[in-house]
Design a protein around this ligand. Structure first.
Ligand code: FES
Ligand code: FES
Length: 211
């Protein structure tokens, strides 16, 4: 595992070191940063409440995949873009299309499962140009709700505009940043010249005080 990591978050490269090798991304988000939009349900990779999205530079674009933050070690963020449910809305409060579609389709359910569903829809929104019902079901298969139904959420997937070309200006910037991390890794070994003490306050400053 790398001793220090670099990842992209909200359009900037973040450096992190000094963390326990078994620290999970979920605990990092919720406990160290106080970002509690990502929920803890089962804490063993079964329910999808903790779903986040990682972006990686592949084939000339940013590919987005959902992961369960509760079983993902922090070091796995190295070289990736981190996207959490708090990152989706625009600074002026405008909802991301998948969030708006959840509202419009009445797909927003309880506070435990909904953030995970939204993140799975976000990944689908960017990854599949023409998802059919089977593809939508597959995208949502890792998100469990024991209370209500999935139909409004499937409708949200359709209404969100999943199926458009997902490469936009924001992705171009992210792609450049991800490539810069890879290039820096080639030029200097991991950890060289980097140390970000992992106190809670300093970590919060890292991710919460930038624009
Ligand atoms: Fe259930 Fe992570 S909290 S999968
Ligand atoms: Fe959220 Fe069922 S688990 S509504």
């Amino acid at each position: 595992m790398p001793e220090s990591i670099r990842f992209v978050h909200k359009g900037q490269v973040r450096h992190l070191s000094g963390f326990a090798p078994t620290r999970t991304v979920l605990d990092f988000l919720r406990e160290d940063l106080g970002r509690r939009g990502t929920k803890e349900g089962c804490n063993e990779g079964d329910c999808g409440a903790c779903t986040i999205v990682l972006g990686s530079a592949e084939g000339g674009r940013v590919r987005y995949r959902t992961v369960n933050a509760c079983i993902l070690f922090l070091s796995a963020l190295d070289g990736k873009e981190l996207v959490t449910v708090e990152d989706l809305a625009a600074p002026d409060g405008t909802l991301h299309p998948v969030q708006q579609a959840m509202v419009d389709s009445h797909g927003s359910q309880c506070g435990f499962c909904t953030p995970g569903f939204v993140m799975s829809l976000f990944a689908l929104y960017h990854e599949d140009r023409a998802p059919d019902r089977r593809r939508i079901d597959t995208a949502l298969a890792g998100n469990l709700c024991r209370c209500t139904g999935y139909r409004p959420i499937v409708e949200a997937a359709v209404n969100a505009g999943c199926g458009r070309d997902g490469f936009d200006a924001d992705q171009a910037q992210t792609l450049a940043l991800l490539r810069s991390i890879t290039r820096d890794r080639t030029l200097s070994p991991p950890g060289a010249g980097l140390h970000v003490p992992a106190s809670a306050d300093q970590l919060a400053d890292l991710l919460l005080t930038h624009p």
